[in-house]
Design a binder for this molecule. Structure first.
Ligand SMILES: Cc1ncc(COP(=O)(O)O)c(C=O)c1O
Length: 399
């Protein structure tokens, strides 16, 4: 008899990430890719990693290679807690869970806070990987009106938030738009969520990648009991380490720890010890400025190319940090169709539609500029400019 596999309804509903599909194409060396959200390998601290890996293996081989506690390696939890404690807002290490990348934090959050049909509030647009992670638990997404400064708090009432399991937001250099939420909006959002009794989930992998402006206070520091915070070493050290963290009130964290136990027992002891050693002695604060200045220069290069090559009907933002530029095309231009033509000419980007939880806007796209050398940025943007001119010329209104 032929064995038949009946997939769970959850598995049947799974779809492949639009980005992963595009990344397969971009593996071809001739493709200029603005698609991936990968950090630049030029920023990986290889020497430091070699040095601290040797140290860990020399000084603590048995515990580094052994199972460890689900919560994470205590000294690393304490280091994270201290780094996140600003001014009066002290984060206790007991609120920190080390995760296998912050992506795992999103999955655990979905597991412990979402039931089928639960209301989950998100920005418009939002991080695709979070939408995917939450979708496994079949929530009802509500997408909050947002502009170039994030969620529009003016006109938003606590009643509109009420009843949601949480509001997921990315205040710093958001993926996909690169936008940052100003201080006044942060304060307004925290006050609104508090009045509605709705937890805020602050996903912050890009917070340290400001190109020069002052750091703004985290939502966590404004209301430690009302915010679940997620951070990551992926963009400040290296993503292959798969090291992230969640800060949450202890009763929620306890459930996430139980869910993590079932998922993978714990985050690799070896990675945790390596990262703990790597950040010591002020290394991380010497290392991050080098990432910021590389990304700022790359961003300037791409902005200059867009200014030169893109038709005037197209607009984009000027990010103050992070890894992405968000592009708005005239109504009627479909960035999915544009991508197919771009790939024929060996250029790739990510269409904007998958980043919307509801009502996708097809005339948007995301450009990542951090991994592409300057001359390739120029060549790739030139191709996109030519294709856009042709698309715009073919629009009915322009005929
Ligand atoms: C907004 C956001 N959150 C979470 C992640 C996941 O990061 P990691 O699992 O590498 O920590 C990413 C990755 O690009 C991201 O952009």
């Amino acid at each position: 008899m032929t064995t038949s596999y009946t997939l769970s309804r959850r598995a049947q509903a799974l779809t492949s990430s639009a980005i992963r599909e595009i990344l397969k194409v971009t593996e071809r060396p001739e493709v200029i890719s603005f698609a991936g959200g990968l950090p630049s390998p030029a920023t990986f601290p290889v020497e430091r990693m070699r040095e601290v890996t040797e140290k860990v293996l020399r000084e603590a081989p048995e515990s580094a290679l052994q199972y460890g506690p689900t919560e994470g390696f205590s000294p690393l939890r304490e280091w994270i807690a201290a780094r996140l404690s600003h001014g009066g807002a002290v984060v206790p290490a007991s609120r920190v869970l080390i995760t296998t990348g912050s992506q795992q934090g999103l999955d655990l959050l979905g597991k412990v806070l979402i039931d089928e049909g639960s209301k989950v509030l998100v920005e418009t647009p939002s991080y695709l990987g979070a939408l995917q992670a939450f979708s496994l638990f079949a929530p009802q997404f509500a997408s909050l009106p947002s502009d170039a400064q994030g969620i529009v708090t003016d006109g938003l009432s606590p009643e509109q938030l009420a009843g949601a399991r949480f509001l997921y937001c990315l205040p710093n250099f958001q993926n996909p738009t690169g936008r940052r939420m100003p201080l006044e909006r942060r304060k307004a959002l925290v006050a609104l969520a508090d009045a509605a009794g709705v937890p805020l989930v602050e996903d912050d992998p890009y917070g340290e990648l400001s190109y020069g402006g002052e750091a703004l206070p985290s939502l966590l520091s404004m209301n430690p009991d009302g915010v679940i915070y997620m951070g990551s070493f992926s963009k400040v050290l290296a993503p292959g380490l798969r090291l992230g963290y969640v800060v949450a009130p202890e009763h929620v964290l306890g459930k996430m720890i139980q869910a993590k136990q079932a998922a993978d027992l714990h985050t690799p002891s070896f990675s945790q010890r390596i990262v703990y050693e790597a950040v010591q002695g002020g290394f991380i604060d010497r290392h991050i400025p080098a990432i910021r200045s590389l990304y700022a220069a790359q961003c300037e290069h791409m902005l200059a190319a867009l200014e030169r090559e893109f038709p005037k009907q197209v607009s984009w933002n000027r990010p103050e940090g992070g890894m992405f530029i968000w592009v708005d095309l005239p109504e009627g231009v479909d960035s999915g169709a544009l991508l197919a033509k771009a790939i024929e000419r060996n250029v790739a980007f990510v269409p904007g539609a998958p980043f919307y939880a509801v009502n996708p806007r097809k005339n948007t796209l995301r450009l990542s500029f951090v991994t592409v050398p300057g001359e390739k940025i120029d060549a790739g943007v030139k191709v996109l400019g030519e294709l856009l001119r042709a698309e715009i010329a073919a629009l009915p209104a322009a005929a």
